[in-house]
Design a protein around this ligand. Structure first.
Ligand code: PLP
Length: 497
């Protein structure tokens, strides 16, 4: 199995090399040259636990890892850090199944991949005789940052720098990051939005001069964002896991197609579902749910990607994104793995902020259905599900549930079993969730008062991740302008003279 770049198909590297590099030197993303199949059947998988499924799904993508190496990574990742042995429990809530992907250490779905990425990264370094210190540079819309910090804190041979939009994350998300312990961790608030942070990180990656200076100082960069294939591959696992739980429970028959509905920002999570389908998972539709930053909805409806619009700060901040990086991997696929064509479209995105695909290409992605939810619709959905089912959705999952209702109404598809990814615990967005449930009563409350109220009304125990930050001291308070990120990195690494 080799990986190539979406912008240069003369590149052929191993999985471990792709994980170490994060982003290709040409600015493209690494993609598998072909999607591997499975050695076991879905019925076989239904008998396995999460770790067993993870091994079967990941081994084809990471075939330069030995069985022993990959199993050690999986064992290290999916252990008691998760608060349930199921790792990703599936719950029936009204008309759909909710896949709870937030039982890890930082209570967002990013833990599903970021609890294994540090193991994949250090194993890759060993395999490739890398002795430089690996500096993980990460742009975050709120959740990746904390999950990556938790994963890489005090991991020998690594350091991590996280950039988050100072005014674009929830109070609890910010608190989780700025209280992070670990001698090798850095957290920086930038004056700009997530797209600025992500573009800044990509520019640092593509800075050849800086790379040279870094190498001389004994450092090299990698990424914990979903542009890293080491993030994406572990995310494919839970689609197989969800399907095979339904199979085991007799909800579906072997081979029956189901829908997945994914609250989407950077397009990593839903792309993993698409890869699962390519591997043979029986999937009918991939429902791409957006918030008011509905650039992907417009793309699926018109074939035109256009980021020239206002960036809206919503109550689902992890989806406040206008440049969905992983879409580039889908574009590469629908151009027939044409790096030159992909490069052209991405250049247009950079210079004009827009590009358009052909009707033929649109046809290839008819597996996707896109829609979006407004802030009011998200709130109303959270309230309705709480009133009817006593279940509290977080604001991102609220968007997905609302879009599922629209999907059913618009397509008439009432019968296909549908799994909705729940990407965060409601505790991570307590203020917005409580506002949705009863604005009159809860608006204006203190963050941790609201946390206690949420426990009362939901009957869901307050997660350790929240208790931990209640009284934790702030350890990081650096800020920088979006166009000064490079200087900031050099300063943090002691390279600024
Ligand atoms: C990151 C995130 C998303 C968006 O996932 P992508 O892979 O970027 O599309 C949705 N919800 C939550 C809670 C997240 O943290």
């Amino acid at each position: 199995m080799k990986y190539t770049s979406t912008r240069d198909n003369t590149i052929h590297i191993n999985a471990s090399e792709a994980i170490l590099k994060g982003l290709s030197d040409d600015g493209g993303l690494f993609v598998p040259e072909e999607i591997p199949g499975l050695d076991v059947t879905l019925s076989d998988m239904a008998q396995m636990d999460y770790k067993g499924v993870a091994y079967e799904v990941m081994k084809g993508f990471l075939d330069d890892f030995s069985e022993e190496e990959l199993k050690a990574c999986i064992d290290g990742a999916y252990d008691e850090k998760f608060d349930t042995p199921e790792i990703a429990p599936l719950k029936k809530i009204s008309d759909a199944y909710i896949l709870e992907l937030w039982h890890g250490k930082t209570i967002a779905f990013k833990d599903m991949a970021l609890s294994i990425l540090p193991y994949l990264m250090t194993t890759s370094a060993k395999k490739n005789n890398v002795t430089d210190k690996i500096i993980i540079l990460t742009a975050t819309s709120g959740d990746t940052g904390k999950a990556a910090l938790a994963g890489f804190a005090d991991v020998p041979g690594t350091g991590i720098i996280v950039f988050y939009p100072k005014d674009g994350v929830s109070p609890i998300q910010e608190r989780q990051m700025v209280t992070q312990k670990g001698d090798n961790t850095h957290v920086v608030g930038i004056r700009g939005n997530f797209d600025d942070a992500q573009t800044g990180v990509k520019n640092i990656f593509n800075d050849k001069e800086l790379a040279k200076e870094m190498a001389e100082a004994g450092f090299r960069f990698s990424s914990a964002n979903s542009i890293n294939i080491g993030r994406l591959v572990p995310q494919i696992v839970y689609y197989f896991y969800a399907y095979t739980r339904l199979l085991k429970d007799g909800v579906i028959k072997d081979g029956e197609k189901i829908n997945f509905d994914v609250p989407t920002g950077n397009f990593g999570n839903i792309l993993a579902a698409y890869y699962a389908k390519q591997m043979g998972l029986p999937v009918h539709k991939l429902i791409c749910a957006s918030n008011e930053n509905k650039v992907l909805f417009d793309f699926f409806r018109t074939g035109q990607y256009d980021r020239n619009r206002e960036f809206i700060l919503t109550t689902s901040p992890s989806m406040d994104i206008l440049i969905s990086s992983n879409l580039e991997r889908l574009i590469f696929k629908i151009t027939g793995n044409d790096a030159i064509e992909t490069e052209k479209l991405m250049s247009a995105l950079k210079s004009e902020g827009r590009y358009e695909i052909t009707d033929g290409q649109r046809e290839i992605i008819s597996d996707f259905y896109g829609n979006f939810a407004t802030e009011e619709e998200d709130d109303a959905t959270i309230k309705r599900v709480f009133d009817e089912d006593g279940y509290v959705l977080d604001t991102h999952t609220g968007v997905a549930v609302n879009v599922y209702e629209k999907y059913r109404r618009e397509t008439g598809d009432e019968d296909t079993v549908t799994v909705i990814d729940s990407t965060a615990s409601p505790y991570k967005f307590t203020r917005s969730v409580m506002h949705a449930i009863d604005a009159q009563k809860y608006d204006g409350g203190e963050d941790f008062e609201l946390v206690d109220e949420l426990e009362k009304i939901s009957g869901m125990k307050i997660p350790a991740a929240i208790e931990e930050i209640r009284n934790a001291p702030v350890l990081h308070d650096i800020q920088c302008d979006a166009d000064k990120m490079k200087d900031c990195v050099k300063h943090l690494l002691g390279m600024d003279d």
